[in-house]
Design a protein around this ligand. Structure first.
Ligand SMILES: [Zn+2]
Ligand SMILES: [Zn+2]
Ligand SMILES: [Zn+2]
Ligand SMILES: [Zn+2]
Length: 767
C-alpha cells in the first residue's frame, strides 16, 4: 500500500533489468537531481510504460458514479437479510440517514434497534437537526420504557443520557460545536513548550553525537504519563484501506466500508454524516470547512489524479501533498540550496545511523541540521527536508522504481494542466477547470523537475520517517454493550519533531493520536540525562530478535537496545518464544529444540514431535477460531461458544498455557457471552485473558489497559458495582499514562463511574 501496486513494481523491475549497463551505473550513482533527469529520459523513450500505468489506473476508479449509492443500498439489504447486521450497518453508513430509516422499516431485530436509533440520533445531532434528534430520542425512551427491564443494557442508557446532554447543550448554544466530543473533564496537563524545539516539552533537549545522530534527552526527571511531544503532522494522507484493492469480477464496487468511508479525508475525524467531494468518489469530509480547506491546500490538484495516486501508493501521495503544502517557493529554495553545497544535505553518511540525522555535530542546536538560523528546530518544511533520504543506501532498483513513479506523476500533472496549481500561481477558481494538454510525451518543465526532485527525496525519506497514524477502531459484531477496539493504521504522515526520537525495542515512551496530532508521553519514569526512545514497530514483547532486526533493516541500522543486546549476546531466548511455545501432547511439559524435531523437556517423558506437524495444528486451530468468529458475526452465538470451547480443549493438548492464542480464545468467549448479556461468564473469561496479556505485555502496557477497559464495561453492564469501580480505577491508571486524561477512553471510564454513582435511580427506572 505504501509502494506502488505490484504490477507497476514488476514493470519497473523489468525495465531496470533491460537497461544498458552503462545507464544503470549512471542511475545507481546519480544524485536526486540527475536521477530525475535520467528518469525523464527513460520514460520518454518508453511510451508503452505510461500506457500500461494508465491501464492500471482503470482498476482504481475514483470518478463519481451516481449508481453507486443505490447499489450500496441494495447490497446492504442483502447483507441484512442474511442477518449480518454489523456489515449492514457499515454499508448503510455510506449513505447514512435515509438508510437507517430503511433499516428500521426492514424489521431490524428488536435487540439491535436501539443501537440503530442511537446512531440515527447521533447523525441528526451532528447535522444540527435538533428537533428530529429529539424525536428519535423520545421514541427510543418510550421503547425502553415499554420493553422495560433487562433488554436494554446500561451502556445504552448511558449513551442515551449522553446524547440528551449534548442535545441540551446544542439547544442552548446553536453554534455548531467543532469536532471533539466533550474534552472538559480531567485536570489540564502541565505543559511548557521548549523554546528551541517546537512542540516539545521544556524538559527535553536536542542532542547530537556521531553514534546516535540527532536525539532527544530528558533534561529533568519525568513522571510516567507526562507529555513530551505534542505535534501536528506536517502532512498526512489517509490510507485507502484494504478494500480499495478492487478485484476484477462481477462486483463493481466493494462491499466493505473503507477508511475513506469512515474518516475525514483531511482531519481524520470519524465521519457520521459526510460532505463528499464534488469531483471524485474517494474524498469525504467531516464538514464543509474541511472540504474547502483541503481543496484550497491540495485537493484541487489531487482530485483529478485520484486513480493514479491510488496506483502509485501512499508514499507518492504523501510526497505530492508535502510539496503542495510547502508551496513551490519554499520547495525550490531548499532544492536549490541542496545543489549548492549545503553541507548537511550533501553529506551522505557512510555509517549506519538511526533515523534522520546528518553528520555535522557543531555546537548547540545551531549546528544541528534542520534548525533555522536562530538555532530553533521547528515542525516545518525545512526540518522535514533535512530528514535523511539515505540516497546511498536504498537498493538501485528501489530508487529506480521511486524515480519512475515520481516522474510519471509529474508528467501527469503537466498533461492534466495542473502545473500552475502546483506552482501556486492561480487561484482555485481558475484552476477548477484544468485545461488538458494532449502531448504526454512532452519534456517536463524545469519547475516540475524541481518538484519531482523534491518528491523523490520525500519518497525515499518516507522509508525511514513515515509515521503511521493509528486509531482505536471498533471491532467485531458488538451490539454496543462491550466495545472492543483495536488499533488500526489510518494514515501515513511526516512528523519532523517526532522523527527526532530514536528507536528502541523496549521504548520508554508511548505515542497516541487525535486526528492528525500526535502526543508522545513517558510510559515510565524517565530520569534526567536519559535518552527518550520510541518504538518504530518491532517491540520486544511481540517479536523475537531475529524478526525485529529483519524489520529494522529498512531503517538502515542495527538495533542495539538492551532487549536486542541481551537476546543476541547471551543467546537468551526471547519472552516471545518461551511463552508462545508448544507443550508436550502427553505430559504438557514444554517442548524444546530449535530444529525440526522438538523434544519434551521432561526427561522421563521423552516424547518428540515434528515442528511442522505442531505448526500445522496451530494453523488449523486458527482457522477454527476464525470460523467461530464468523458464526458470532452472523448472530449464531450459541454455536460460536461451542466451537470456541472445542478449540480451547484442543489447544490445551499442544499449546503452552501462557500462549497468546489461549488468551485470545478467552477474550473471544468473553465477547460472545457479552453479546448474550451473560455478564458473569463474560467477566470470568476476560479475567483469564487479562492474566495472559499481562504476562506478555506487562501489567502497565496499553494492551492490558484495553483489556481492563473491556472488563470494566462488562462489570458495569452486569451491575457488579464495586468490582466495576475498582476495575475502572485500574484501567484509568494505565490508560491515562498512554493516552492522557482527556482521551475518549478516559472520558468513557469517567462517565461509567458517574453512571454507577447514580445507579439506584437507574435501577428503579428499569424495574
Ligand atoms: Zn475534517
Ligand atoms: Zn475530489
Ligand atoms: Zn532492539
Ligand atoms: Zn512429555
Amino acid at each position: 500500500m505504501a509502494l506502488p501496486v505490484a504490477e507497476w513494481q514488476g514493470r519497473a523491475a523489468r525495465l531496470w533489468a533491460a537497461l544498458e549497463p552503462a545507464l544503470r551505473e549512471r542511475l545507481e550513482a546519480a544524485s536526486l537531481q540527475d536521477a530525475v533527469r535520467l528518469g525523464c529520459d527513460v520514460l520518454r523513450s518508453k511510451e508503452e510504460e505510461e500506457a500500461a500505468l494508465e491501464q492500471l489506473c482503470h482498476r482504481a476508479p475514483t470518478d463519481k458514479k451516481p449508481e453507486a449509492a443505490s447499489w450500496y443500498r441494495e447490497q446492504g439489504n442483502r447483507e441484512f437479510k442474511r442477518g449480518r447486521y454489523q456489515a449492514a450497518l457499515r454499508l448503510y453508513s455510506k449513505v447514512c440517514l435515509e438508510d437507517i430509516a430503511r433499516a428500521e422499516s426492514h424489521g431490524y431485530p428488536d435487540r439491535l434497534l436501539p443501537k440503530v436509533l442511537l446512531r440515527k440520533a447521533e447523525c441528526l445531532l451532528c447535522l444540527g437537526r435538533l428537533q428530529d434528534a429529539q424525536d428519535v430520542l423520545r421514541v427510543l425512551e418510550s421503547k425502553i420504557a415499554l420493553d422495560g427491564a433487562m433488554t436494554t443494557h446500561l451502556t445504552r442508557l448511558k449513551k442515551l443520557s449522553q446524547l440528551k446532554v449534548k442535545l441540551g447543550e446544542k439547544e442552548k448554544c446553536p453554534e455548531p460545536a467543532r469536532g471533539e466530543h466533550g474534552g472538559t473533564q480531567g485536570e489540564p496537563e502541565i505543559w511548557e513548550e521548549n523554546s528551541r524545539i517546537s512542540g516539545a516539552s521544556s524538559s527535553l533537549s536536542l542532542s547530537f553525537d556521531a553514534d546516535r545522530g540527532r536525539h532527544l534527552v530528558a533534561s529533568q526527571d519525568m513522571v510516567a504519563g507526562q507529555s513530551l511531544v505534542k505535534e501536528e503532522a506536517f502532512v498526512s494522507v489517509l490510507c485507502p484501506g484494504d478494500s480499495l484493492a478492487l478485484q476484477d469480477g462481477d462486483t463493481a464496487w466493494d462491499t466493505r466500508a473503507t477508511n475513506a468511508d469512515l474518516y475525514c479525508h483531511r482531519c481524520l475525524r470519524q465521519l457520521l454524516a459526510s460532505v463528499p467531494c464534488q469531483g471524485c468518489s474517494y474524498a469525504k469530509y467531516c464538514s464543509q470547512d474541511c472540504a474547502d480547506r483541503a481543496w484550497q491546500q491540495y485537493h484541487r490538484t489531487e482530485c483529478p489524479l485520484g486513480a493514479l495516486l491510488l496506483t502509485l501508493g501512499v508514499f507518492c501521495h504523501v510526497a505530492l501533498r508535502t510539496v503542495l503544502l510547502a508551496g513551490f517557493a519554499e520547495v525550490s529554495r531548499l532544492v536549490e540550496m541542496s545543489h549548492h553545497g549545503d553541507r548537511n544535505l550533501q553529506n551522505p553518511e557512510g555509517s549506519c545511523k538511526p533515523l534522520s540525522e546528518a553528520a555535522d555535530a557543531g555546537g548547540g542546536s545551531r549546528g544541528v541540521p534542520g534548525c533555522d538560523s536562530s538555532g530553533r528546530y521547528q515542525s516545518s518544511y525545512q526540518a522535514l527536508f533535512h530528514l535523511l533520504p539515505h540516497t546511498e543506501q536504498h537498493s538501485p532498483e528501489h530508487k529506480f522504481l521511486c524515480t519512475l513513479s515520481v516522474v510519471a506523476l509529474c508528467k501527469q500533472l503537466q498533461a492534466a494542466g495542473l502545473e500552475a496549481a502546483v506552482l501556486s500561481q492561480e487561484s482555485p477558481q481558475q484552476c477548477s477547470k484544468p485545461k488538458t494538454c494532449e502531448k504526454t510525451s512532452e519534456e517536463l518543465s524545469p519547475e516540475l523537475k524541481t518538484v519531482a526532485e523534491a518528491m523523490l527525496r520525500h519518497v525515499l525519506q518516507l522509508q525511514c520517517n513515515a509515521q503511521a497514524i493509528t486509531v482505536m477502531q471498533e471491532m467485531g459484531p458488538g451490539d454496543g454493550a462491550v466495545v472492543d477496539k483495536k488499533p488500526v493504521r489510518l494514515a501515513t504522515a511526516f512528523f519532523p519533531v517526532l522523527s527526532l526520537l530514536n528507536h528502541s525495542c523496549c521504548p520508554n515512551t508511548s505515542v497516541s493520536f487525535s486526528g492528525t496530532a500526535a502526543t508522545v508521553r513517558a510510559a515510565q519514569p524517565i530520569s534526567s540525562g536519559q535518552e527518550v526512545l520510541h518504538c518504530y514497530g518491532p517491540h520486544w514483547c511481540r517479536m523475537r530478535v531475529a524478526e525485529r532486526q529483519q524489520l529494522l533493516k529498512q531503517y538502515f541500522f542495527e538495533c542495539r537496545c538492551p532487549a536486542c543486546l541481551q537476546e543476541l549476546d547471551s543467546g537468551a531466548k526471547s519472552v516471545v518464544s518461551i511463552r508462545n511455545s508448544f507443550c508436550c501432547p502427553k505430559c504438557q511439559a514444554q517442548m524444546q529444540g530449535e530444529e525440526d524435531t522438538l523434544c519434551c523437556s521432561n526427561e522421563a517423558c521423552a516424547t518428540s514431535a515434528s515442528r511442522d506437524q505442531l505448526s500445522g495444528r496451530l494453523q488449523d486451530l486458527q482457522q477454527q477460531i476464525k470460523k467461530a468468529l464468523e458464526l458470532l458475526r452472523v448472530g449464531k452465538a450459541d454455536q460460536a461458544i461451542k466451537m470456541l470451547l472445542k478449540c480451547q480443549m484442543d489447544a490445551g493438548t499442544f499449546l503452552s498455557p501462557e500462549h497468546l492464542l489461549m488468551g485470545e480464545m478467552e477474550d473471544h468467549l468473553a465477547q460472545v457471552y457479552a453479546t448474550l448479556g451473560k455478564w458473569q461468564e463474560a467477566a470470568r473469561h476476560l479475567k483469564k485473558s487479562i492474566e495472559i496479556v499481562e504476562m506478555h505485555h506487562g501489567p502497565s502496557s496499553v494492551e492490558t489497559g484495553h483489556e481492563l477497559f473491556k472488563l470494566a464495561q462488562i462489570l458495569f453492564n452486569g451491575f457488579a458495582v464495586s468490582e466495576a469501580l475498582s476495575t475502572i480505577q485500574r484501567a484509568e491508571g494505565i490508560l491515562s499514562v498512554h493516552f492522557g486524561p482527556q482521551s475518549a477512553q478516559m472520558q468513557e471510564l469517567q462517565e461509567m463511574k458517574a453512571c454507577l454513582s447514580e445507579l439506584p435511580r437507574n435501577i428503579l427506572q428499569r424495574t
